[in-house]
Design a protein around this ligand. Structure first.
Ligand SMILES: [Cu+2]
Length: 455
C-alpha cells in the first residue's frame, strides 16, 4: 500500500483520476506479456487471487497479472500489430500486447485491479472500460475524464470490480480510427462465488469489421458501413476457431459488438437462453429462448445451451457478413444466358469467364486468381465440399468423447447411420399443379370514378 500511496502522491493525482505514471512508478510496472500467435490459448487456472472458471477467447488469450499488496496489476500496451485474419491474409492493425483484439482481462467481483496502459501508438489514446462500474475519473474518455495518454506515456487506472459480467474495453480517443484499426478487448468479471453461474465451457469473442482493399493490408478508417471483412476477434472464416464441447455440457458464449452495424447471431442445433447483457445477468425467471440473438452496436450478450452432438453452424444471419471481400457493384446475372456475348468478349479479354448466371455457388468452387494478401469471397471446406462461407461464421463442434478442458478441433462429425440428408434416386412422379387460371378470371374491370368532388 505504501508504494501505491507514494506513487500516486508523486504523480500528483488522486486515486479517483487516471494518473500519468512517473519514472518512480514506471520502475514498478508489471511486465507486459505479449502474444504472437493468433490461435486460441487454452484457459489456465488462476495462479493466485480468488478462484474463478476462466473463459476461452476465440483466437485469443487472457492477460496475465501480478498480485501486488492484494491488488491485481495488469499491463496493456497499445501498439501497432500484425494480425493474421485467416490463413492467406495478414492485416496491419492497432491492438494491445501484440494482437488485435487485445488480450481478455479476467478478474473477480470484489477484486481491486490496477491497469497500466502504455501508449506505443503514433497518436494519443485512452481506454474506456465498457460496462464496468468505475469511478467517473477512471472511465477513460479523453478530454472529459482525463487528458489523452500521449505517445510514449503510461497511465494507470485503478478500481474495485463491483459486479460480475461480460464487458469490453476500447479507446475513447480518436475512436473512429482506433476501433476501425482493431483496438478492443474483452473484460470478464467472474462472480465472487465460484459456484455461481457456473458452466462447463465459457467462450467469448468480439464482432469487428475492417475495410481492407483487396491486395493491401491496412484498413481504410473512414469507412462507415461498407466494410469488406466481417470478423470475430479479427478473424474471418475459415480462420475462426471452432467452439468445441462435449455432449451434454452446459456452454456459454459471450459476444460483444464493436462494429458499425447490428449482427443477428444465429446458432444451429440446440436452442439457447439469453442469460446476460453488459448491463448484468438476466434473472433466471426472465431468461428467454432464442435461436438468433441480434447484437446491437456497443452491446454484449451472453447465452447458454446444453450441447448436442453434431457440427452446428454459428454465424451472423446477414448473409453478406458471411462473405469476404466482394464487389457489390456487380449486376445479378441469374437467368441471363450471356454465353454468346462471352465468346465475343473473350476475343478481346482472354481471361473473361461467364459467372453468376446460375447463382453464385460456382464462386465457392472455382479457383480464381486473387491479388496478394486477399481472401476468397466464399471459402472454407467441409467433409462434403466447399462451405462457401467467409466472414462471421464458425462451427459448434460437439462430440460424445471430447475430454474435459480439450478445445482442439475434433475433425468432422460422423453422422449416425440414417441421420444425414441423402440423394433420392427413386422414380419422380410429375408434381400435381393447380389448373391454370382462365383468361376470363384475369380480365380486370376498371371503374373510373364518375365525379371528383373536392378537387
Ligand atoms: Cu453481421
Amino acid at each position: 500500500m505504501t508504494d501505491r500511496r507514494n506513487f500516486i502522491k508523486a504523480a500528483g493525482a488522486t486515486v479517483l483520476g487516471a494518473a500519468s505514471v512517473t519514472r518512480a512508478g514506471a520502475a514498478s510496472l508489471p511486465e507486459a506479456a505479449t502474444q504472437s500467435s493468433p490461435s486460441m490459448q487454452p484457459p489456465s487456472t488462476p495462479p493466485n487471487g480468488r478462484p474463478f472458471n476462466p473463459i476461452v477467447t476465440l483466437n485469443g488469450w487472457s492477460l496475465p497479472w501480478r498480485m501486488k499488496d492484494g491488488v491485481k496489476e495488469f499491463h496493456l500496451v497499445a501498439e501497432p500489430v500484425t494480425r493474421e485474419i485467416a490463413p492467406g491474409m495478414t492485416a496491419n492493425l492497432w491492438g494491445y500486447n501484440g494482437q488485435s483484439p487485445g488480450p481478455t482481462i479476467e478478474a473477480v467481483e470484489g477484486d481491486r485491479i490496477r491497469i497500466f496502459v502504455t501508449n506505443k501508438l503514433p497518436e494519443v489514446t485512452s481506454v474506456h472500460w465498457h460496462g464496468v462500474l468505475v469511478p467517473s475519473g477512471m472511465d477513460g474518455v479523453t478530454g472529459l475524464t482525463q487528458p489523452p495518454i500521449a505517445v510514449g506515456k503510461t497511465y494507470v487506472y485503478e478500481f474495485v470490480l463491483q459486479r460480475s459480467g461480460s464487458f469490453m474495453y476500447h479507446p475513447h480517443a480518436d475512436e473512429m480510427t482506433q476501433m476501425a484499426m482493431g483496438m478492443m478487448g474483452l473484460f470478464i468479471v467472474h462472480p465472487k462465488d465460484v459456484r455461481q453461474l457456473q458452466v462447463d465451457r465459457d467462450f467469448g469473442f468480439i464482432l469487428n469489421a475492417y475495410d481492407v482493399e483487396p491486395g493491401s493490408a491496412t484498413p481504410r478508417v473512414n469507412t462507415m458501413l461498407d466494410f469488406n471483412l466481417w470478423t470475430w476477434n479479427s478473424r474471418a472464416f475459415p480462420g475462426i476457431d471452432p467452439i468445441v464441447a462435449r455432449t451434454g455440457e452446459r456452454v456459454r458464449i459471450r459476444v460483444g459488438n464493436l462494429t458499425m452495424t447490428n449482427h443477428p447471431i444465429h446458432m444451429h442445433g440446440p436452442h439457447f437462453e439469453v442469460v446476460g447483457t453488459d448491463g448484468g445477468w438476466v434473472p433466471k425467471s426472465a431468461r428467454w429462448p432464442e435461436v438468433t440473438i441480434d447484437i446491437g452496436v456497443g452491446q454484449m450478450r451472453a447465452f447458454e445451451f446444453d450441447a448436442l452432438a453434431g457440427d452446428w453452424a454459428i454465424h451472423c444471419h446477414k448473409s453478406h457478413h458471411t462473405m469476404n471481400a466482394m464487389g457489390h457493384g456487380v449486376p445479378t446475372m441469374i437467368g441471363v444466358d450471356h454465353r454468346g456475348v462471352a465468346e465475343k468478349i473473350a476475343n478481346l479479354v482472354p481471361d473473361y469467364m461467364v459467372m453468376g448466371d446460375k447463382g453464385m455457388h460456382d464462386m465457392a468452387v472455382m479457383q480464381m486468381p486473387l491479388p496478394d494478401n486477399t481472401l476468397p469471397m466464399m471459402t472454407g471446406t467441409g467433409p462434403f465440399g466447399p462451405v462457401g462461407m467467409g466472414g462471421m461464421f464458425s462451427v459448434v463442434k460437439v462430440r460424445d468423447d471430447v475430454k474435459r478442458g480439450d478445445y482442439s478441433d475434433p475433425g468432422p462429425y460422423r453422422h449416425p447411420a440414417g441421420t444425414r440428408a441423402r440423394e433420392f434416386t427413386g422414380e419422380l412422379a410429375a408434381p400435381a399443379r393447380a389448373a391454370p387460371a382462365t383468361a376470363d378470371a384475369q380480365t380486370l374491370q376498371v371503374h373510373k370514378p364518375s365525379r371528383h368532388p373536392g378537387h
